[in-house]
Design a protein around this ligand. Structure first.
Ligand SMILES: C[S@@+](CC[C@H](N)C(=O)[O-])C[C@H]1O[C@@H](n2cnc3c(N)ncnc32)[C@H](O)[C@@H]1O
Length: 237
């Protein structure tokens, strides 16, 4: 993605989030959102967030060689989910022993590593970027969960989701929508949890608001967490 495009998309996302903030209750707990932020699919998660000081440190070795060359440009650039938002995603996804979690576009692996460490579950992360996969493996090693996690350099649109019981997303609204055919293959009772972005055409179970550091400003801002359960409830057109 060219820098100018990225900045424009980022600004668009920020305005989207400001609008959706206006439309929501102050705490957001368990209430239906009056309007869906995906009414206008908003490309631009790129500027969304940062984890702040509490992040697990991903030691990035810039000299490290890639595992494989990047197959293609990622559909969205890397922005980490803040740790308190990760915690909220795992909480509302009711992650428990025996679950299998997939994070699609895993970045530095923080959701996968946190899930494995906290619940002792098997967790998988997929990312197109070899540097992200390298960081994920380093973070898994630091957290002592290498035996529980798997990171694969792979396009998320080629991943079979049927083994998963929990799927986490921090992508873009239109990417969430593109994943619907794969998400429909999840077992009944599985949970899909998305940071900041809705999935147009599918009724969510609920949404929550979490205050966390913004990656770019860096100031606190409101983050959103959406939950769907399978079988997905497709909205009538
Ligand atoms: C916004 S980041 C989210 C990272 C992580 N899930 C988190 O919440 O901290 C999105 C990630 O998706 C990856 N990505 C984008 N398009 C992808 C694709 N088609 N297949 C696999 N990974 C992709 C990017 O490389 C980036 O690391």
């Amino acid at each position: 993605m060219r820098l100018s495009t990225s900045v424009a998309l980022g600004l668009f996302a920020l305005s989207l989030l400001a609008c959706s903030r206006d439309a929501r209750s102050p705490d957001g707990e368990g209430r239906a959102a009056p309007s869906s932020p995906t009414a206008e699919p908003a490309p631009g998660v790129a500027v969304a967030v940062d984890a702040g000081a509490a992040e697990p440190a991903a030691s990035v070795d810039a000299s490290a060689s890639a595992e494989q060359p990047m197959e293609r440009t990622p559909d969205i650039e890397y922005v980490p989910t803040p740790e308190n938002v990760v915690e909220k995603m795992l909480e509302v996804g009711k992650v428990k022993k025996g679950d299998v979690l997939y994070d699609l576009g895993c970045g530095d692996g923080r959701i996968v590593v946190t899930a494995a460490k906290k619940f002792g579950i098997k967790a998988f992360g997929f990312d197109l970027d070899p540097q992200r996969i390298k960081e994920s493996k380093e973070n898994a090693k630091k957290a002592g969960v290498e035996h529980l996690v798997t990171f694969e350099q792979k396009d998320i649109f080629n991943v079979d989701l049927s083994p998963a019981t929990v799927v986490t997303l921090y992508l873009l609204p239109e990417l969430n929508v593109r994943l619907i055919p794969q998400l429909e293959k999840l077992k009944p009772g599985s949970r899909v949890v998305s940071h900041d972005f809705d999935m147009e055409g599918v009724a969510y179970e609920n949404w929550w608001s979490v205050i966390a550091r913004d990656h770019q400003t860096p100031k606190d801002r409101e983050h959103f967490v959406y939950l769907w359960k399978t079988p997905l409830k497709l909205k009538k057109k």
